[in-house]
Design a protein around this ligand. Structure first.
Ligand code: NAD
Length: 291
C-alpha cells in the first residue's frame, strides 16, 4: 500500500518503521523528527499525503490535528483513508472526520494503547471510530502496528473509548498509590500488600501489571526510578480530555475530576513533570493527612 505518515515522534516513528518493514511504501513528514528506517522523506505534509491510499497522523493534540487535516484533505486522493492515531478531543476527531468524508475520503479515529514499547514491538491496541468501509481499509495496517483493533462505532468513538479507559487508569493508579501509602503507615509489608491485593477484589492493571511500588510485582517504571513509561504529563492530558468530554456530554464524573486535579497538582505545582504516572506513590508517601 502507498502510505503517508505525518508525525514521527516517539510513537509515530516506530509505527511507520514497522509498516515500512513489511514492504509498504511509506512516505513520512515531521516538522522536527528524523525519518525512521525505510521511510521516504517528504518536504511537507501535503507532499506526504498526495497520491496515497492511506494517510496516518500521529500528532500531539487536536489543534495540530485540525491544522494538518485542513492542509492535507484537499490534497488526498478520492477514496483514500485518513487514519488519525493521535489522542485528541472527541470534538476535533468528529470535525476532522466530517471534513474528510465531505471531501470523498474514508476517515478513522484510531487512538492507541500500549505506549512506546507497544509501538516498537507492533503490539498496540487500536480503538477505532468510523464507517465499516473505513475500518476495513485501515485494519490490515492495524494488524502490522498492533495486536488488537476494536471497531467502537462511528467517528469519534475511538477517542471516546480511549479517554474512558484512561480515566479509569488515572483513577485506579491514584487509588493503588494511596492504598500503598496507607499500608506503609499501618505497618503492612509491601510484598504482603501486593500478594493479597493482586489476588483479591482490589486487583487492577495498575497493581498487577504496573505496580507502583519498587521491587514489588513485575518490572515496571517504579523499578527504574519512575522514568516514564507513561508520563504523568500525558496522563494529565488524557484526564483533561475526559473532563472536557464529560462537560460537553453533561456526564457526572467526580472521580475523573478528582484524578485530573491531583495530576494537575502533581505535574504543575510539584515535581511530577517528566516522571512516570506511577510516581504518585512517592508523592503520597511523603504526605500527611490534610485536616
Ligand atoms: P511526540 O511529541 O513524540 O510526537 C509528535 C510528533 O509530531 C513530533 O515529532 C512533532 O515534531 C510532530 N509534529 C508536531 N506538529 C506537526 C505538524 N504540524 N506536522 C508534522 N509533524 C508535526 O508524541 P508521541 O509520544 O509520539 O505521541 C503522539 C500521540 O500519541 C499523542 O497524541 C499522544 O497523546 C498519543 N499517545 C502517546 C503515548 C505514549 O506513550 N507516548 C501512548 C498512547 C498515545
Amino acid at each position: 500500500m502507498k502510505i503517508g505518515f505525518i508525525g514521527l515522534g516517539n510513537m509515530g516513528a516506530p509505527m511507520a518503521k514497522n509498516l515500512a518493514a513489511t514492504g509498504h511504501d511509506v512516505t513520512g513528514f515531521d516538522t522536527v523528527a528524523a525519518m525512521p528506517e525505510g521511510v521516504t522523506a517528504a518536504t511537507s505534509a501535503t507532499e506526504a499525503a498526495t497520491g496515497q491510499e492511506v494517510v496516518i497522523t500521529m500528532l500531539p493534540n487536536g489543534t495540530i490535528l485540525r491544522a494538518v487535516a485542513a492542509e492535507i484533505i484537499p490534497a488526498m486522493a478520492q477514496g483514500a483513508a485518513f487514519v488519525d492515531c493521535s489522542t485528541v478531543d472527541v470534538e476535533s476527531a468528529r470535525a476532522v472526520a466530517a471534513q474528510a468524508e465531505a471531501a470523498g475520503l474514508l476517515a478513522v479515529d484510531a487512538p492507541v494503547s500500549g505506549g512506546v514499547g507497544g509501538a516498537a514491538a507492533g503490539t498496540l491496541t487500536f480503538m477505532a471510530g468510523g464507517s465499516d468501509a473505513a475500518f476495513a481499509k485501515a485494519q490490515p495496517l492495524f494488524e502490522i502496528m498492533g495486536q488488537k483493533a476494536v471497531h467502537c462505532g462511528p467517528a469519534g468513538n475511538g477517542q471516546a473509548a480511549k479517554i474512558c479507559n484512561n480515566m479509569i487508569l488515572g483513577v485506579t493508579m491514584i487509588a493503588t498509590c494511596e492504598a500503598f501509602a496507607l499500608a506503609d503507615k499501618l505497618g503492612l509489608d509491601r510484598q504482603a500488600m501486593f500478594d493479597v491485593v493482586s489476588t483479591s477484589s482490589g486487583y487492577s492493571w495498575t497493581m498487577n501489571a504496573y505496580c507502583p511500588a519498587p521491587g514489588i510485582g513485575p518490572q515496571s517504571p517504579a523499578d527504574n526510578g519512575y522514568q516514564p513509561g507513561f508520563a504523568a504529563d500525558l496522563m494529565l492530558k488524557d484526564l483533561r480530555l475526559s473532563q472536557q468530554a464529560a462537560e460537553a456530554a453533561d456526564a457526572d464524573t467526580p472521580m475523573g475530576q478528582a484524578a485530573t486535579d491531583l495530576y494537575a497538582q502533581f505535574v504543575e505545582n510539584e515535581d511530577g513533570t517528566g516522571k512516570d504516572f506511577s510516581a504518585m506513590l512517592p508523592r503520597f508517601e511523603s504526605r500527611h493527612r490534610e485536616s
